[in-house]
Design a protein around this ligand. Structure first.
Ligand SMILES: NC(=O)c1ccc[n+]([C@@H]2O[C@H](COP(=O)([O-])OP(=O)(O)OC[C@H]3O[C@@H](n4cnc5c(N)ncnc54)[C@H](OP(=O)(O)O)[C@@H]3O)[C@@H](O)[C@H]2O)c1
Length: 336
């Protein structure tokens, strides 16, 4: 039986220990669709799983982690897929309760799989992945709530991160005036190069306890942070503005009801976990391949070799990661 490389987390005496191993198909969770993984990515959730932070890996068995994958179908017992189909899987139980993306092969339920739309390569699919889906869902919901280009500035917090940088690019591509809020002044040029009209240091927002900071209030915001950031964004959103909440870097929220009862601000919750239904997921992937396709994906999606995976996890805890880290899992895949 063919052997392949995988990155697995073992829970030993309550601690996470991760390592590269050689496995065969018999070692990974069963599923009707066998996929040869081309690319994956690293998200905060993957870093937590690798380092045993929180309870992301919900199995005591060794688990191949990696919550995002793109690849080609090798075989399928489900008639919706055939060998050679290009596909993507994000979230569900992948990489947490079911062996995931950090292996050259994965076997998954057909219900988790999105056929890759025309216009996206396997590399681009992972340049987007969970982060792209989050940004796309937020923009889609903001638009459905009535947001249109020309309404005023749209703030994106955590702007240098995966969701943030993709959202900056997507919104700018749709003609919005994007204010990128970041704690990394050294990324100002990068954020402007992907479409930010203005870059604001997050301390400018935190330090200002009046309702206004310099510049006009925001017509809308996509918050990738939570906590204090969300409170400040709500305070700085114009009447009838909209705030999409995706981030949970800070979970506790202390705010007032004033943005809602005095300025009619709408709050939109964003969740791309398994709760996001497949037809909606496919529609958003279609948008990511067309009108929401980032123009600067080459700059945002930064490829690394599979072997570098372990050494790149800790950057997610010291907040030094910029954009999306795309992992070249499949042997023979081009770097992009
Ligand atoms: N709702 C959903 O379905 C969903 C899906 C995916 C991700 N998420 C969440 O969305 C958030 C962003 O995800 P991501 O993949 O973009 O993560 P990421 O790449 O790690 O980016 C997070 C960004 O947040 C900012 N940040 C980090 N620590 C901070 C702190 N202590 N205070 C203020 N800002 C801080 C940083 O940006 P700057 O340095 O530029 O400020 C960082 O780059 C995470 O909380 C993640 O868990 C939610």
């Amino acid at each position: 039986m063919q052997a392949f490389k995988a990155f697995r987390v073992h829970t030993i005496d309550g601690k996470a220990v991760c390592k590269f191993e050689t496995l065969t198909l018999d070692d990974i969770d069963p599923g009707p669709v066998l996929i040869r993984t081309a690319y994956s990515a690293i998200t905060y959730k993957d870093a937590m799983a690798a380092r045993g932070v929180g309870r992301n890996v919900r199995t005591e068995r060794p688990c191949v982690t990696g919550v995002d994958l793109s690849g080609e179908v090798v075989s399928s017992a489900d008639e919706r897929f055939k060998p050679g189909d290009k596909v993507a899987v994000t979230n569900y139980k992948l990489g947490t309760e079911h062996d995931g993306a950090y292996a050259e092969y994965a076997r998954v339920p057909a219900d988790w799989i999105v056929p890759l739309p025309d216009g996206l390569s396997l590399f681009e699919a992972m340049g987007l992945g969970t982060s792209g889906l989050t940004a796309a869902l937020a923009i889609d919901r903001l638009e459905k709530a009535g947001l249109a280009p020309g309404d005023g500035p749209v703030a994106v917090s955590g702007a240098s991160g995966g969701v943030g940088s993709l959202a900056v690019d997507m919104l700018a591509g749709k003609g919005y005036e994007v204010v990128a809020i970041s704690g990394k002044p050294e990324q100002t040029d990068f954020l402007q190069s992907i479409g930010a009209a203005r870059v604001m240091h997050r301390d400018t927002l935190y330090g200002n306890t009046s309702s206004m900071v310099s510049g006009p209030p925001f017509a809308a915001a996509l918050d990738n942070v939570g906590g204090r950031m969300l409170d400040r964004l709500l305070a700085h959103t114009m009447p009838h503005g909209k705030v999409a909440i995706a981030g949970m870097v800070e979970v506790d929220l202390q705010s007032t009801v004033l943005p809602f009862v005095l300025r009619s601000v709408d709050v939109l919750g964003i969740n791309v976990s398994r709760q996001l239904k497949m037809p909606e997921r496919q529609r958003l992937w279609q948008r990511m391949a067309t009108d929401l396709k980032p123009s600067h994906l080459d700059a945002i999606a930064r490829p690394i070799a599979f072997e570098e995976l372990d050494s790149r996890m800790d950057a997610f805890f010291n907040v030094s990661t910029v954009g999306r880290v795309v992992v070249q899992v499949g042997a023979g895949q081009p770097a992009r």
